[in-house]
Design a protein around this ligand. Sequence first.
Ligand SMILES: NC(=O)C1=CN([C@@H]2O[C@H](COP(=O)(O)OP(=O)(O)OC[C@H]3O[C@@H](n4cnc5c(N)ncnc54)[C@H](OP(=O)(O)O)[C@@H]3O)[C@@H](O)[C@H]2O)[C@@H](O)CC1
Ligand SMILES: Nc1ncnc2c1ncn2[C@@H]1O[C@H](COP(=O)(O)OP(=O)(O)O)[C@@H](O)[C@H]1O
Ligand SMILES: [K+]
Length: 522
Amino acid sequence: MERLLTAAEMRETEKAAMESGETSGRHLMERAGEGAVAAILSEWPDLADGPHRAAVLCGPGNNGGDGFVVARLLADRGWTVEVYLYGDPDRVAGDARANLEAWTARHPLQPMEQAAGATPPNLLIDAMFGIGVSRPIPDLCMQAWHALAASDAPSGPPGRTVALDCPSGFDVDRGGYFLPEPEGNDPAAWRLLPDLCVTFHAAKQGLFLEEAARRAPRVVAIGLAEDAAATAAATRVLSGDAAEQRAWYRRVTGGEEHLHKYDRGHALVLGGGPGKGGAARMAARAALRAGAGLVTVAVPRDALPENAAQLNAIMLSAMDTPDDLDRLLEDGRLSVVCLGPGLGVSARTRELVGSALDSGRRVVLDADALTSFREAPDTLFEMLNGDCVLTPHEGEFARLFPDLAERGRSLSKVDAARQAAARCGAVVLLKGAATVIADPEGTVGVHAALYDRRVPQLATAGAGDVLAGFITGLCAAPGRDTRAVTELAAWLHAESARTFGPGLIAEDLPDELPKVLAGLGA
Ligand SMILES: NC(=O)C1=CN([C@@H]2O[C@H](COP(=O)(O)OP(=O)(O)OC[C@H]3O[C@@H](n4cnc5c(N)ncnc54)[C@H](OP(=O)(O)O)[C@@H]3O)[C@@H](O)[C@H]2O)[C@@H](O)CC1
Ligand SMILES: Nc1ncnc2c1ncn2[C@@H]1O[C@H](COP(=O)(O)OP(=O)(O)O)[C@@H](O)[C@H]1O
Ligand SMILES: [K+]
């Protein structure tokens, strides 16, 4: 787990460290420049041999200051370095000014206007704007970047492009770029896509909500202590190596020996009527694979034959009315109920949700179980508690939390999920390539299927049903933390897709899971 910081949290951390006298802005900037050069040379070892050509595009603030340090360090290695500054050099202030002067004492400085006409370098550095940006970057800067990043350098290694802290104009809180309004003819032009982003001290939240570079961001330490100030920080769900993954899995699941199938819990998955049972069957299979000792699918009586024909290890019960569900739930060994996939949007679904919640069981609500409450979300929220999990995609989220969804760009996905969880009193998992998991106490995790962990193959019908099943299966054993197992399920889901590879269909996911679990030492 790794902390994801917003711009405000990062500023707070820096401010506290500088005020305490523990460090200085100048020192942090020097460390940032050194860390960036080290990260670049380790990413592309061929750049470590012999001098090359770099162009450094600098902005008027401290991000530009980092750029002057990088320029100086590369020049000290014998590189030919051109530095282009946006704006008036006399207005550069503070630590950035000190590093600007250190540069101009020995090297020329060129205005940004001249960058577009220069020859593309072997290494292009974006030090124009960092976390201090909250509007689209100037046209001139955007054009300079594209002119120099556009084609490979004419000699030496190909042109590599690197953003310091974040790409200029990237929204480090929400992900994505600040775009001009109205957007104009070519909004894509404002999306700088560097090969690499080297970010300082801690990963910035937005870098794990949307991709900001072609490869995973590199975090470099700059001498700041752990961020005690960043109390609201989100965490990135499992960013560690194989040993950390195994330790995480053991911590979340308890790793205890299960003596009996009932110790592993009995999950109940409610399914739809005739011809509508596939989603629940996939969720049920996923729950069984994820570790529930027993799984029962309960469906209307007229759907029993088709389900009986398809299920073996999974048990089957008839359930036409909420009273039938109440009778099933008289079995105290049923530990978790999953409702939603294929269940239908209806008053009956609302009643079933009510019965499941009334029973005091853990409840996982997905798909139709969420949409059924679109007219009156509060009636659902009143019944929820911290052992319930809601797994909306963006559309379902907008039905339950229309105001939070509407605030769109002004609210990050992290804040949207955090506020939703606080409002409804349950764990909320908001899906997408970046999946955000929040609990009512305000703890938030981000599972980013981005960069080297991309799984576009997960965008396939039924993948969400399987995720609900994984959560259900992991929730079945008693005593586990609901948010923690939900985070683990999100990771297992994407990891199963990743190890399976292309051609994935949702049904493959549960059957791929044992391989992933074996890798975790399960
Ligand atoms: N000691 C430290 O704090 C450390 C900081 N570090 C580094 O500093 C970075 C943060 O620095 P920062 O706060 O100076 O903000 P930064 O991103 O350089 O931009 C602000 C400047 O740009 C201007 N500006 C903004 N938007 C604009 C636009 N669209 N168009 C035109 N101008 C625009 C803005 O002007 P204004 O908005 O006031 O008009 C202001 O002049 C951080 O990301 C990291 O790289 C590291 O070295 C570690 C130590
Ligand atoms: N491009 C993507 N990268 C990673 N995960 C994705 C991507 N697209 C979808 N997913 C994941 O796939 C699942 C889709 O769920 P959902 O939208 O409910 O679809 P369905 O209703 O078809 O099951 C979610 O877990 C989501 O996070
Ligand atoms: K930058």
